[in-house]
Design a protein around this ligand. Structure first.
Ligand SMILES: C[S@@+](CC[C@H](N)C(=O)[O-])C[C@H]1O[C@@H](n2cnc3c(N)ncnc32)[C@H](O)[C@@H]1O
Length: 340
């Protein structure tokens, strides 16, 4: 079994893998496989649907079974300190007094603030020696303190209360690209507010905290939000609820589950990373999928970094594409599919 350096160090640092093992965010499934091979009773939870689906069905969970408390948690650390805080708060409440956490990451993505985030929830926190540019944090003696996540913020530029978990893109803040997209869509498709008849089906693709979805729902769109992250879906639902609108938020990988020619409007600030690495592939796939999911005359609105080469793809895969706004960093495009 081939193990990446982080997984290999985590397993060496974890010691005997017996009893109940909870694996968290097991990119590639190596930790799950190793713990199963060692005879442990293994449950795996992943925030990202694609990682979760790569785990054997018999081991993956969406929520912990009520009568199942882990002895050991193997956790691939997220990079964002906010995400570490949020996960640590959650783990501290569900672990028994003797449970151990072994959390691993690449040294270049780790900071002492992650140790501090763990120390807020655990009485014992220590770091391993580094090996192959990887390091492990050990945490034990859970002492849950009041939860700080998800966090709420009023975002005046959007006129919305935004609630987000720590693992969500930009958490509860308004990203500059999203702000430009929102202002530009408002200029052209602002329109009526709550209580009016539906203007059609809109999708916020990669909804994060749900700012765009909630804004659309407030303006009379029947709104669906799709995100590959469980934290994002939960945050989108919290944000919609806090603003008194209904959004159908689902965990999904792009527009796979959306019927062809069924959607009137798609808005997105698409991902530009996969894991830690810059990657345009997911956004290009989303554009292709949007071309199929939109009805004739439907519109795709995107915001992206101005240097990214999406325009030819938008024209080929969706339809006539215009640049509706541009600043020093971002382009906002509107692509319209061929009318019937
Ligand atoms: C740049 S963030 C934008 C978030 C939010 N719309 C905003 O504007 O603040 C991109 C979002 O896309 C989600 N995402 C990444 N890959 C995805 C995929 N294949 N399908 C659905 N969502 C995806 C990420 O989890 C993230 O929440």
């Amino acid at each position: 079994m081939s193990l990446d350096p982080v997984a290999s160090l985590m397993l060496d640092e974890a010691g005997a893998l017996d009893g109940r093992v909870l694996v968290v965010d097991d990119a590639g499934g190596a930790l799950t496989r190793a713990a199963v091979a060692a005879g442990a009773d293994v449950r795996t939870w992943c925030d990202d649907l694609r990682e979760w689906q790569a785990v054997p069905e018999t081991h993956r969970i969406e929520v912990l079974p009520p009568d199942w408390s882990p002895d050991l948690v193997l956790w691939r650390l997220p990079r964002a300190v906010a995400a570490v805080e949020d996960y640590a708060e959650h783990l501290a409440t569900l672990l028994g007094p003797n449970a151990r956490v072994v959390a691993g990451g690449r040294v270049k993505h780790m900071t002492p603030t992650q140790n501090a985030a763990l120390a807020r929830q655990f009485g014992q926190v220590s770091a391993s020696l580094g090996r192959q540019k990887s390091r492990v944090l050990h945490a034990g003696d859970p002492r849950p303190r009041p939860r700080r996540w998800p966090q709420r913020r009023y975002v005046p530029e959007a006129g919305l209360t935004v609630i987000a978990h720590g693992a969500v893109f930009a958490t509860n803040r308004l990203d500059a690209g999203t702000h430009l997209l929102l202002r530009t869509v408002a200029r052209t498709t602002g329109g009526p507010g709550p209580g009016t008849a539906s203007r059609g089906l809109a999708i916020d693709l990669g909804s994060g905290s749900g700012i765009l979805a909630t804004w659309l729902a407030q303006r009379g769109w029947t709104t669906r939000a799709i995100d590959v992250s469980a934290s994002a879906v939960s945050s989108t639902l919290l944000t919609a609820r806090a603003n008194g609108v209904e959004v159908d938020a689902r965990r999904g990988d792009g527009l796979h589950a959306v019927a062809p020619a069924s959607v009137d409007l798609i808005v997105s600030n698409p991902p530009f990373h996969t894991g830690g690495a810059k990657d345009s592939t997911p956004a290009l796939r989303m554009i292709e999928q949007a071309g199929r999911a939109l009805r004739p005359g439907g519109e795709l609105w995107l915001v992206f970094n101005a240097h990214l080469p999406y325009l030819p793809h938008l024209r080929r895969r969706v339809g006539v594409t215009t640049v509706e706004a541009q600043d020093r960093h971002y382009l906002v495009t509107r692509s319209v599919t061929e009318p019937a």
